[in-house]
Design a binder for this molecule. Structure first.
Ligand SMILES: [Zn+2]
Length: 75
């Protein structure tokens, strides 16, 4: 399964249950609602608005990963 398909699946799951997630104000990643700090940037400010979560999930699911991952470097 491609990375993009995996992300699209995750995005669909988030969109189906937006109340279980929130958007980090620091790096705009989606984290689980029960997280106290962002696992990516360690920020503690979040937008829990469900519409914002769905919008962000759609955005993340539709674009390819921009950052270079370790497995990319190995090949
Ligand atoms: Zn963050």
């Amino acid at each position: 399964m491609s990375d993009l398909t995996e992300r699209a699946k995750k995005a669909a799951e988030i969109s189906a249950h937006p109340r279980h997630y929130k958007v980090c104000e620091g790096c705009e990643s989606i984290v689980v609602a029960r997280a106290n700090t962002c696992p990516n940037c360690h920020g503690y400010r979040f937008d829990e608005d469900t519409k914002r979560v769905v919008d962000q999930a759609t955005l993340l699911g539709s674009r390819p990963q921009s950052s270079v991952k370790p497995e990319d470097l190995a090949s």
